[in-house]
Structure formats: structure tokens, C-alpha cells
Design a protein around this ligand. Structure first.
Ligand code: FES
Length: 364
């Protein structure tokens, strides 16, 4: 299978490593190592996670797919090898990015996948290596890695090699602490270009917003901006938010910060902290009640109202909705004073109680 770029064996690997090295160097030169608050557990997760992924998981999956294809003499082996890169490269990338969008989105909407993806969002700082901060099992079942194997089996190894380089360039730069896109937002005359660019590719601002701690800052959208390389899927499936600004705080609210072994090796290793959602037998509580909750609101202030019914800070969101399809509702108080907010989650008037709970016999 012809996969060498420019006739040099493993050229794709060298290019990916060079991209990483490039971001390492510019972040180090910019003083990142002096200012970072990362602990040793963060470095283990990010650096260790990257090495295991690059040296073990990715090659292991590709070899497993190729071996399975040969052992079972599966049809279509090398079927794409006669096709031009102009066809195979877009084909590889678009299917890859579509798979990644849905895998990533599912990792925010389903509890088991969320627990595997959660380490990625526990990072309180951005940086090139945050890209690789997920649980081991997250990568093992990642459809994209299997797609790399399948596409290679079909004879598209060269497209995979180039595609991975392009992907890494977008992914690593969108996680970097030195976002290249800031200057695009600074100069008005660049606006027409920026508009087109951000509607095609994932920019650092777009992805940083996904890592922001809370929607309350008006920039972050932890329940949106799931795209990896292209912003097309977010626009198509209604999860895109273009704020062209960067969150002040990154990470998870109320994060119990488990030991890295549980974070990385869940579900093989679980947390001993019973308040952690990766502890054995952990269940989120139903905190809905058949009554409204009276709160004091302040005119002009924004609040996040809990819609999942699991917040321990009801009726406000405490981020317990992660790993479900629910999102908090953001609203601005129109006046200062007491308000009755719905806590049965059946009100038709947004966060405010409309007495729907009176007609409910129980909270099903
Ligand atoms: S805790 Fe955020 S929506 Fe319920």
C-alpha cells in the first residue's frame, strides 16, 4: 500500500510530530511553562495520553483492521488505490469529520461516553496537549480511529496520511493558548474573509468556547461547538455559536478532581470519592419538586436555570446536566426582587412557575 509522502518513509508521522513541536516551541517561547498552573497529574494525562494513543492505540487499531480484512478476505481491499487524491482525500476527511462530530456530541449527551470524555473538559487551561486528554477507552472505541484502519484497508493510505496532518493542524491550533485567529477579529477589513473562514474551519475561538466553564460569561458554550475540523456539522445540526471571543474560565464547575488513574482508566479504575460521577454506583439525584422555588433576582444579571432536574443548586444549574441531552436555560432578570422559579420542569413559561405542578400527581 503506497502511503509514503514525497517518497520518504513515515513522512506523515514526521510532519505530525513537527506540527506538535512547532506549537510546543511557540507556547514555550511565549512563557507558557512559567505561567501554567498545571499539576503533574495534568501532564501525565496529556503527555502520557498522547504517547499511548500515538504509539499503542492508533497503530493497534489500524493493524487490527488490516489483519481482520486479510484473515477474513474481506472484499474491497485496495478498492480506492487507483483513485486520485482529489477524490480520496475529501472522502476520507468528510466522513472522518462527520463521525467525529457525532462521537464528540454523543460524548456530551450519554453518561458512559461523557465519563470517558470528561478528562478533556477538566483541563482548566488550554494548550496543545489538551487535544489528547481523554480516557483510554474513549480512544479505543473512537469511530475515527477505526475509520483510519478501514480507509487504509480500502487503499486510501496516502489520503489518510495527508488527512491526519491537516486534521492535526486544525485540532492542535484550536486548543493552543496562542490563538492565531485573534487578529482576524481585530481588523474590520478582514471581516469578509473571517466570515467565510469560520464557516468552514474550526477556529480557536469557536473551540475555546466549547471548553469554557459556563454559559453565564456570554461566550462559552460547553453544550455546543462540537466540530473537530469543519464547523459545517455544528451549523447543520444547530449547535454552532460564533462569538469570536475567548472564555475567562476553562474547566468544569464543581469538579471533584479525581486521581488521574481513575480519570484515565475509567471504567477499569473508579474514583474512591463518592461525590465523583466516576465512583462506583454513582447516580445523579432527581432534585425536582412539586413546588416552585422562591429566589431573589437582580435586574440585568444573567442566570442559568436548570432544565435537567438534577441540580443540587436547584432551580439554578450546577452542571449536573453533563452527560445528558439537557442544557441549562440562560435568562436575564428584568427586575430586582423575589421570583418563583419552576422546579417541576413542566412550566410553559420558561424558568418561571406557571403552576403546572398543581396538576401533576407525581414527577415521572
Ligand atoms: S444542572 Fe444544568 S441543566 Fe440541570
Amino acid at each position: 500500500m503506497e502511503k509514503d509522502l514525497f517518497g520518504i518513509p513515515n513522512m506523515d508521522v514526521y510532519i505530525v510530530l513537527s506540527i506538535l513541536a512547532f506549537f510546543v516551541i511557540i507556547e514555550v517561547v511565549a512563557g507558557y511553562l512559567q505561567t501554567t498552573k498545571r499539576k503533574s497529574s495534568d501532564w501525565i494525562l496529556e503527555l502520557g495520553g498522547y504517547l499511548v494513543l500515538a504509539l499503542l492505540v492508533k497503530p493497534g487499531i489500524v493493524l487490527a483492521v488490516l489483519a481482520l480484512g486479510n484473515v477474513f478476505s474481506l472484499p474491497f481491499q485496495g478498492a480506492l488505490s487507483a483513485n486520485s487524491l482529489w477524490l480520496t482525500l475529501p472522502l476520507y476527511l468528510f466522513i472522518d469529520d462527520f463521525l467525529q462530530y457525532w462521537y464528540h456530541r454523543s460524548a456530551h449527551e450519554y453518561p458512559f461516553l461523557w465519563k470517558l470524555h470528561r478528562p478533556h473538559h477538566q483541563a482548566e487551561e488550554m494548550g496543545f496537549f489538551v487535544s489528547y486528554r481523554n480516557a483510554f477507552v474513549y480512544y479505543l472505541i473512537m469511530p475515527n480511529l477505526w475509520w483510519v484502519g478501514i480507509f487504509t484497508f480500502l487503499g486510501g493510505a496516502k489520503a489518510v496520511a495527508i488527512g491526519l496532518i491537516l486534521k492535526q493542524l486544525i485540532i492542535i491550533s484550536s486548543h493552543s493558548t496562542l490563538p492565531y485567529d485573534k487578529f482576524l477579529y481585530k481588523y474590520k477589513f478582514l471581516d469578509p474573509f473571517t466570515k467565510i473562514y469560520e464557516r468552514i474551519f474550526i477556529t480557536p475561538a469557536f473551540h475555546h468556547a466549547h471548553h469554557g466553564k459556563t454559559k453565564r460569561d456570554g461566550i462559552s458554550d460547553p453544550n455546543g461547538n462540537f466540530g473537530n475540523m469543519f464547523s459545517l456539522w455544528d451549523q447543520l445540526f444547530g449547535t454552532a455559536s460564533f462569538k469570536r471571543a475567548f472564555p475567562v474560565e476553562y474547566g468544569l464547575e464543581n469538579d471533584p478532581k479525581e486521581h488521574w488513574t481513575a480519570t484515565y482508566l475509567y471504567p477499569i479504575v473508579t474514583s474512591s470519592d463518592s461525590t465523583s460521577e466516576i465512583s462506583r454506583g454513582y447516580k445523579k439525584e432527581d432534585t425536582r419538586t412539586l413546588d416552585a422555588i422562591e429566589v431573589e433576582l437582580e435586574k440585568g444579571k444573567t442566570y442559568l436555570y436548570c432544565q435537567c432536574g438534577m441540580s443540587k443548586n436547584a432551580p439554578f444549574c450546577d452542571s449536573s446536566h453533563h452527560g445528558t441531552k439537557y442544557k441549562p436555560l440562560i435568562f436575564e432578570a428584568k427586575r430586582t426582587g423575589k421570583a418563583r422559579l419552576c422546579n417541576c420542569k413542566s412550566s410553559k413559561t420558561g424558568p418561571f412557575c406557571d403552576n403546572s405542578h398543581i396538576n401533576l400527581k407525581s414527577l415521572e
